[in-house]
Design a protein around this ligand. Structure first.
Ligand code: S3P
Length: 442
């Protein structure tokens, strides 16, 4: 086995100060490239996240037949041919669950054959949640290694629309079915138990599709008719709230800090963490609210705050599912217990994020209780002084590095290179605010 690399975050005595921009939103960046590839004509994207997950999707869209060019920093042009064709190579989605699931949905609607694969983490993640409904619409799948996993081969085309009642609130499943439905006969309907992020619905409209969304119970009923062609358009990708969370979290826990992240997307299905922090007593304010790229956007400022533990409402999970690791890191500094439940989905993300946060926080001297579908953090002082395993998961790595800035002793994380999947430039951005994060020793 090769020696692992590490990053180390050292406790800082001076406050963090400054204003930064978060990288482009990962969910919207995947969608802008994929929809651009499915569309006829030119899609010009601004603010695209140039993280590894997105670069894998850009290569995939190219392999499916679109022309993809980088025009400058965050500025990309996709020239679509009005559909995907059989790629000449395997579609390697790297670490990206969103990439592979949305691409499978998009590709399923066309008469093509494609093999999808990914890295060691992606090869462990469940795929039947998407291939199941796509197969019900008429797509065929071969499992090339193990059932429910990539690598798998998709045979697309000849789909029929369907009504699908989701059991988990998942934007990835919803989006895959809707994208397949665009090229299916008849109507496709997805009903979700709770609202999941709706970037697909919003962005499809910008590409000229008609998508009908109505409230149903706690969730949404989304309908679209098959046979709708997409037309290339301009897409402005705002800053990713899931990435903005890291510098904002650092400001909340390092005494005297004040950090602003500008241009953060504030779609209500993405802001559960900010609501939770405010309930914990965080001094978090939004200014300069505007609409950009069909999404609410604002500048978010966090100031050091004495946080209190809370019970996070379970029905908030979908709106902050990627944010529990960084919430847990801040909860470690709060007075009292922070209870996070109804988040079993965290176990099937880039890693088992409940297990890894419990292990990492425990190693840093924080009292944590693990439950099958959640965990509880008892806040107080954080000793740190540990080297934490990340299972190559970007959010686990960043959450522990932020924790280390306010712990008593430094915190090291193993295998931090995956941070580049969602937040290239994380270390420089943090150090520019006054953090002390650097490469550690093997
Ligand atoms: C995403 C949806 C979420 C989230 C992922 C991005 C998306 O997954 O965890 O990082 O872009 O649709 P699920 O909707 O499957 O929970």
């Amino acid at each position: 086995m090769s020696a692992s690399s590490t990053f180390i975050a050292r406790p800082i005595s001076a406050p963090l100060k400054g204003a930064v921009r978060a990288p482009g939103d990962k969910s919207m960046s995947h969608r802008a490239l994929i929809f651009g590839g499915m569309a006829e004509g030119v899609t010009e994207i601004e603010g695209l996240l140039e993280g590894d997950d997105i670069l894998a999707t850009a290569r995939a869209v190219e392999a499916f037949g679109a022309e993809v060019e980088r025009l400058g920093e965050g500025r990309w042009r996709v020239t679509g041919r009005g559909g995907f064709r059989t790629p000449g190579s395997i579609i390697d989605c790297g670490n990206a669950g969103t990439g592979v699931r949305l691409l499978m949905g998009a590709a399923a609607g066309y008469d093509l054959t494609a093999t999808f694969d990914g890295d060691a983490s992606l090869r462990k993640r469940p795929m039947k949640r998407v291939t199941g409904p796509l197969a019900d619409m008429g797509a065929r799948f071969d499992w090339n290694a193990a059932e429910d996993r990539v690598p798998l081969t998709l045979h697309g085309g000849g789909l029929k629309g369907m009504d699908y009642l989701q059991t988990v609130a998942s934007a990835q499943i919803k989006s895959a079915i809707l994208l397949a439905g665009l090229n299916a006969s008849g109507e496709t309907v997805v009903v979700e138990p709770e609202k999941s992020r709706d970037h697909t619905e919003r962005m499809l409209r910008a590409f000229g599709a008609t998508v009908d969304v109505t409230e149903e119970g706690e969730g949404w009923r989304v309908r679209l008719k098959g046979g709708q062609a997409l037309t290339g358009t301009a897409v402005a990708v705002p800053g990713d709230p899931s990435s903005a969370a890291f510098p904002l979290a650092a400001a909340l826990i390092v005494p005297g800090s004040e950090v602003t992240v500008e241009g953060v997307m504030l779609n209500p299905q993405r802001t559960g963490l900010f609501d939770t922090w405010i309930e914990m007593g965080a001094d978090l304010t939004v200014s300069n609210r505007r609409v950009s790229g069909g999404e609410d956007v604002g500048d978010v400022t966090a100031r050091y705050s004495a946080l209190k533990g809370v019970v996070v409402p379970e029905d908030r999970a979908a709106s902050m599912i990627d944010e529990y690791p960084i919430l847990a890191a801040t909860a470690a500094f709060a007075e009292g217990r922070t209870v996070m439940r109804g988040i079993g989905e965290m176990r099937v993300k880039e890693s088992d994020r409940i297990a890894l946060m419990v292990a990492g926080l425990t190693a840093c001297g924080v009292a944590v209780e693990e439950e099958p579908e959640g965990f509880i953090v008892a806040g107080g002082s954080v000793r740190g002084g540990a080297t934490v395993a990340t299972a190559h998961d970007h959010r686990i790595a960043m959450s522990h590095l932020i924790l280390g800035l306010a712990a008593e002793q430094p915190v090291s994380v193993l295998d931090p290179e995956m941070i580049a999947t969602s937040f290239p430039g994380f270390v420089d951005l943090m150090n520019g605010l006054g953090a002390d994060i650097g490469a550690g020793r093997d």
